[in-house]
Design a protein around this ligand. Structure first.
Ligand code: NDP
Length: 479
């Protein structure tokens, strides 16, 4: 299968005719080629985007909204095709792609197609000065969107949809590891009537194609989701050009379980929050802290449930844990399991590669639970981003709060308790941009999304995203 860039509404080969292999994680085979785009391809995308702006920003809100909602409908009517592509490219169970990834990508377009028609700006009357101030929210121009491989279409569209809704023209790069659904999206955008040049999708390596986007002096804003080290690099490159930046980065999220919680709910959700998408979600609760009085019971029940998870080919409807995204990533996760053993961590279950019959070269790993004795050990501090969680007991609210906050990250935290006062105290003090209480990954697209500390800068979601993708201009009229 040949994937091409989508520039000015046309599918195109990369100018320098350089290509990369695209691997199927489920069997380790190469099944496609993708452009290894150079800065010349990014420049072409820029020229196309520039020529589509400002006419796109001057298109009526109703017309923009109609096109975005049409994209959403086309994604829904092509759900099977997109879910198969996502599962094949990423290794995630097809059931997950069908129930979460693709429906949420469609929701992103529908939500921002509607939200833009409700996006209002404030006015302030300066009483005593006989003046009125109002705020214009103007599209920025050409913006860059760069996304990772774990929730490929879901996160790609989480950026593109608000950027387009706000009237910008976009140059977007999906991860080179998972380009397929972004490629298919181009065709749908054309079908939905998105004018040529408004969205341009350029494939290639982060270090070349991505770098050309962030270095481009006229791409005025970058919305990036990915690793913390890449985010820091982007911030360094972008700062001298005063680009607007939104950085959604890594996480090492605590899942804090108090004895007074609804145990059954907590147990089931904790299995999901640990291992959904092979643990490759920035929001996964990868550090589980359990109140000492229920620790031994939890340990037995949790491990028993984890052992029941079926590791298998992603296209099998019975599969709970599919393949990890790539061979290097599998090796990185395995290294952390060795680190845990050297640091005196106890592997309670998992820890080994899995051979799936007929797909022996796929990147499969058992869901792994590690009991740790020191919250400062590496597996408890560093983002593993795989099907690996740590567990340890705690004795007081203060102790767990300290341990929860003692990491460089601050993306999300989950709290299991029925004590309202404790919920309020803990939610106020946890270092995280998102707190879930008695649930996990329940998302309402109107809410702000993002992290603190090394988990990022800025917020996406709802009107926050529309604010990011517009410039505010104050107009003061004396009367
Ligand atoms: P990376 O940081 O490696 O890559 C993310 C994207 O950036 C990819 O498209 C990558 O391209 C590109 N990129 C890499 N280098 C550069 C560069 N120099 N300039 C511009 N772009 C570049 O992250 P992963 O893809 O490995 O994704 C996993 C990470 O994403 C985890 O840390 C995870 O926590 C984080 N994440 C954060 C989320 C959040 O909302 N906070 C949500 C989901 C994931 P390529 O892949 O082609 O190299």
């Amino acid at each position: 299968m040949i994937i091409q860039n989508y520039i000015n509404g046309q599918f195109q080969d990369p100018i320098q005719d350089q290509w990369l292999d695209n691997y199927c994680p489920a069997n380790g085979e190469v099944y496609g080629r993708i452009p290894n785009s150079s800065s010349a391809d990014v420049e072409n995308a820029y020229i196309a985007a520039k020529s589509a702006f400002p006419s796109w920003s001057q298109t009526s809100l109703e017309a923009r909204s109609r096109i975005l909602i049409k994209i959403s409908e086309l994604l829904e009517s092509n759900l099977e095709k997109f879910a198969e592509a996502e599962s094949r490219d990423n290794g995630k169970p097809i059931s997950l792609a069908k129930s979460v990834d693709i429906p949420r990508a469609a929701s992103n377009f529908r939500f921002f197609g509607n939200a833009i028609t409700q996006f209002a700006s404030e006015s302030h009357e300066s009483i005593g000065s006989n003046a009125i101030n109002y705020t214009l929210r103007q599209a920025i121009g050409v913006v860059g969107c760069i996304s990772p491989w774990n929730l490929p279409l879901y996160l790609f569209t989480w950026k593109i949809a608000p950027a387009l809704a706000a009237g910008n023209c976009v140059i977007a790069k999906p991860s080179e590891v998972t380009p397929l659904t972004a490629y298919l999206l181009g065709e749908i955008c054309t079908q939905a009537g998105l004018p040529n040049g408004v969205l341009n999708i350029v494939h290639g390596l982060g270090t070349t194609t991505g770098q050309a986007i962030i270095e481009h002096p006229n791409i005025k804003a970058i919305s990036f989701t990915g690793g913390t080290a890449t985010g820091a690099h982007i911030a360094r490159v972008a700062a001298p050009m005063f680009k607007k930046l939104s950085l959604e980065l890594g996480g090492k999220n605590p899942n804090i379980i108090f004895a007074d919680c609804d145990y059954k709910d907590m147990l089931e959700t904790s299995v999901r929050s640990s291992f959904a998408n092979q643990g490759q979600i920035c929001l996964c609760g990868s550090r589980i802290f359990v109140e000492a009085s229920i620790y031994e019971k939890f340990k037995i029940d949790f491990v028993e449930k984890v052992k029941q998870l079926k590791v298998g080919h992603p296209s099998n409807d019975e599969t709970n844990i599919g393949a990890l995204v790539s061979k290097p990533h599998l090796e990185k996760v395995m290294e952390f399991i060795d680190i845990a053993k050297n640091e005196d961590g106890k592997i309670l279950c998992g820890g080994n590669k899995v051979t799936v019959k007929g797909f022996e070269d796929g990147y499969y790993l058992e869901p792994t639970v590690i009991e740790v004795h020191n919250d400062e050990c590496r597996v408890n501090q560093e983002e593993i981003f795989g099907p690996v969680v740590t567990i340890m007991p705690f004795h007081s609210e203060d102790e767990v709060l300290q341990m929860a906050n003692k990491v460089k990250y601050g993306l999300s935290a989950t709290l299991w308790t029925n004590n309202l006062k404790r919920t309020m105290r803990m939610s106020n003090q946890l270092h995280a941009g998102i707190i879930w209480v008695n649930t996990w990954m329940l998302r309402d697209l109107r809410t702000p999304f993002g992290g603190v500390k090394a988990s990022g800068v800025g917020r996406e979601g709802g009107f926050e995203a529309l604010r990011f993708f517009t410039e505010a201009k104050n107009v003061c009229i004396k009367y």
